[in-house]
Design a protein around this ligand. Structure first.
Ligand code: PLP
Length: 385
């Protein structure tokens, strides 16, 4: 078995011993890796505040670990809020980062003491003014396209920079504190210079608000987008740190604002191992060149990010010998439940029904995206070690 570069033999031994105790399919989270990733991020951006994007993996032990390490949290719903508060996190370490929210949810956050809200529209800003009076707001802007991101987050969120100016002015008029600007360059973003373009846009907004409106913004929330280690290679994290820090220095060197980062994938992705079992192996005709390998995990119980084959997880089995290209599909009665058909994984010809498949770097956006009971299959289980 060829381990991915980031899995040492020692770590594999630990994961394997734990994995042998459970029935497939399930996810294992190596908490030590999460702690290391958090430390790496803190060291790499020692000037920034880290708000973990809980949606990447809300497992209570992950939230508890990060709470203990001093992380803050980017929250999208009242349910995530309750969970994070239950770990003793104080509301000054929480940001309501969803720009799409009900009025009663704004009030709920406010009543719990949260005072930092994202927005990208006039209607939402008016709701915040009414139900969270005096709160700090930051305005999410759209960044160019989806280029370079393996899981884009464009279009649905953010407004254009001109509108951001108007929203900051309106916020002040409504008695709110226009505090900063946010963006998200897309998840698993492999092109580092998109941060450069985004930071440059933010600089223009800061300057225009200062000179034309007497509004002094104080914070940039640079979102997430940092990579986990999949088959499609990304730069080392240290390169992200160096480059992005340089862009900030170039644009804001003499008067640096507070910087917030909201990592999800890069904090928990590499910590996860998903273990599934081969349910069936077949050929569609006597002359077919590819076998189909069906496994007990698919798009609906953990691997939704294989949609459009966007994310290619490192995959291994314990068999070796000659390999052949396969199509990989899930267990449900939905023909969309095919993980990889264009991109061909090679698996050993000796692979048999009942064998385990080990999917690496599956700590982010797997369990949290898992359906409740499509075809009766339960959501993916998660165990922490
Ligand atoms: C999902 C999300 C994140 C996390 O993004 P990653 O690419 O997983 O790091 C951060 N901020 C916001 C607002 C998000 O919606």
């Amino acid at each position: 078995m060829k381990l991915p570069d980031h899995i040492s033999a020692e770590k594999w031994a630990r994961l394997k011993a734990a994995a042998d105790q459970y029935q497939t399919p399930f996810q294992l989270i190596d908490l030590q890796t999460v702690a290391e990733k958090y430390q790496e991020l803190k060291n790499g951006f020692d000037f920034a505040s880290i708000y973990y994007a809980v949606k990447a993996n809300p497992h209570p032990q992950i939230v508890g670990l990060l709470a203990g390490l001093g992380s803050s949290f980017d929250i999208a719903s009242i349910y995530e809020l309750d969970q994070v508060l239950s770990h003793g996190v104080t509301p000054d370490r929480i940001s309501y980062g969803n720009t799409i929210k009900k009025r009663e949810d704004i009030r709920y956050f406010y009543d719990k003491g949260v005072r930092l809200f994202a927005t990208d529209s006039e209607a939402d800003l008016e709701n915040i003014a009414q139900y969270a009076p005096g709160a700090r707001i930051y305005i999410r802007i759209q960044t160019e396209g989806a280029e370079g991101a393996d899981w884009p987050l464009s279009r649905k969120f953010g407004c254009n920079p001109d509108m951001a100016l108007d929203l900051a002015i309106l916020a002040k008029k409504l008695g709110l504190e226009p505090y900063g600007i946010s963006f998200h360059v897309g998840s698993q973003q492999r092109l580092i210079d998109v941060w450069d373009a985004a930071i440059a846009k933010v600089k223009v907004i800061f300057e225009r608000l200062r000179s034309e409106c007497d509004i002094e913004l104080r914070m940039i929330n640079m979102g997430g987008g940092f990579p986990a280690q999949y088959l499609t290679k990304a730069n080392d994290f240290s390169v992200y740190c160096e480059e992005i820090t340089r862009y900030l220095m170039e644009d804001f060197g003499d008067n640096p604002p507070q910087i917030i980062l909201e990592p999800g994938r890069s904090l928990v992705g590499d910590s996860g191992l998903l273990v599934s079992e081969v349910v069936l192996i077949s050929r569609k005709s006597h002359t077919a060149l590819n076998r189909w390998v069906y496994t007990d995990v698919g798009l609906f119980n953990g691997l939704i990010e294989t949609l459009g084959e966007a994310i290619k997880f490192p995959l291994e089995t314990e068999r070796d010998g000659e390999c052949e290209e396969v199509v990989l599909a899930g267990p449900t009665c939905d023909s969309m439940d095919i993980m990889y058909e264009n991109y061909k994984y090679e698996l050993p010809l000796s692979l048999e029904i009942g064998d385990r498949l080990y999917w690496f770097s599956t700590g982010a956006y797997t369990t949290s995206y898992s359906s409740v009971e499509f075809n009766g299959f339960p959501p993916l289980k998660c165990y922490c070690i």
